[in-house]
Design a binder for this molecule. Structure first.
Ligand SMILES: [Mg+2]
Length: 377
């Protein structure tokens, strides 16, 4: 059975609230969020859907580059390929857009790879878990995202996280070390018993990070994520040697090669697995398995994807045995989601759709209504 069409649909999804990290705003309530849905159709008319959620404040991909990458490069490369040959499709995509430090447009490739897995699931009547020969997964615990420059607001949000039944918090820091410590302290006062993940998104110099690490140890934080620039392997290794605080790498680790480098240099204790930055389910699964085999712990993350990206990521995290609350924050930020039954969050857990593939069904009417103005290119 062959692939006959690969399409990209640029969308603007309304947001309930702004979202900022140390690099700047990654989501804007006034402008909405850039998402690109991808549909793959086979010879018998079966379809599978995937999603990209680029953010130029997080990496170099934009809505426009995802759309042109899919339409002008990946779609022609995959037309006529076998639907069931996921590894072949991955090789075809890596060959069409070569990688360097990353796989080469991994967020665009991830949307296509997810759509292909969904299509295989829809054809076989099997969920992603069944395709991987695992028992299905129906819920996944989420971490509550706290992104603010105000300690008072951080304390309020931490209280809310506890009241709503979350088992973990993820606090965004990386701007001003002293203020960051005050924010973490405020969260600890209200929710110190939850899984406590702190993410600097490459915001510090080594000397700033050394100060913050000392304070975070005092505050009982469970893990500090990406304190230094993505390329600073030796800096992260030096930080690890300084204290017992576990260090996680996220923006440093895009490929299986990066996982190997982190292992060789003993640069981290944990690796953040993300479907999108790693170029899709196939490659992200490989990265997670290599890291786990080397004794590294895995954390799950996302880029505020809507239901499709969330469900696909959740299935992957389940497959990889990730048991800490994960950063899949789409429902926290998005006011609309163009699938028939958007994923809901109850007691800090996302309730995942049952059904073949990732389980989500796209509503074409909603997709049209939420189309990005212009063609996105
Ligand atoms: Mg991160």
């Amino acid at each position: 059975m062959k692939i006959v069409q690969v399409e990209a649909f640029p969308l603007c999804l309304p947001m309930k609230r702004d979202f900022a990290i140390s690099g700047g705003k990654v989501g804007d309530r006034a402008k909405g969020a850039p998402h690109v849905y991808v549909r793959i159709t086979d010879e018998e008319g079966y379809t599978g859907w995937g999603e990209a959620r680029p953010s130029h404040r997080w990496s170099e991909e934009t809505l426009e580059t995802v759309v042109t990458t899919v339409r002008n490069y990946l779609a022609p490369a995959l037309a006529g390929q076998e639907v069931e040959d996921v590894e072949g499709a991955s090789r075809q995509m890596q060959g069409e857009i070569r990688g360097g430090m990353t796989l080469g447009q991994p967020i665009a490739k991830a949307a296509v790879d997810t759509a292909l897995h969904d299509l295989i699931g829809k054809r076989r009547g099997q969920s992603l878990a069944q395709i991987w020969l695992r028992r299905p997964c129906f819920t996944i615990p989420l971490s509550y995202l706290i992104s603010t420059r105000s300690p008072e607001e951080a304390a309020k949000l931490a209280r809310q996280a506890k009241e709503e039944g979350y088992r973990g918090v993820d606090v965004k820091i990386g701007s001003d070390p002293r203020r960051d410590v005050e924010i973490v302290e405020a969260v600890r006062g209200e929710a110190g018993d939850l899984f406590f993940r702190v993410d600097a998104n490459q915001g510090y110099t080594l000397s700033q990070a050394r100060y913050v690490v000392r304070e975070l140890v005092r505050l009982g934080v469970d893990v500090l994520e990406q304190p230094l620039a993505a390329h600073d392997w030796t800096g992260h290794a030096a930080l690890r040697r300084q204290s017992d605080l576990p260090i996680a790498l996220d923006e440093s680790v895009w490929t299986a090669g990066h996982v190997m480098q982190a292992i060789r240099l003993e640069a981290c204790d944990m690796v953040v697995v993300k479907l999108t930055k790693m170029g899709g389910l196939q490659e992200a699964k490989r990265c997670g398995e290599i890291a786990a085999a080397a004794g590294l712990q895995l954390l799950g993350g996302g880029l505020t994807e809507s239901s499709i990206g969330l469900a696909a990521s959740a299935h992957l995290f389940h497959e990889l045995g990730i048991d800490t609350p994960v950063d899949l924050n789409g429902p926290f930020f998005l006011a609309e989601d163009p699938v028939r039954e958007p994923i809901i969050v109850q007691n800090g857990e996302a309730l995942l759709p049952a059904g073949p593939g990732h389980g989500c069904t796209v509503e074409m009417k909603a997709l049209k209504k939420l189309a990005w103005s212009g063609d996105g290119t």
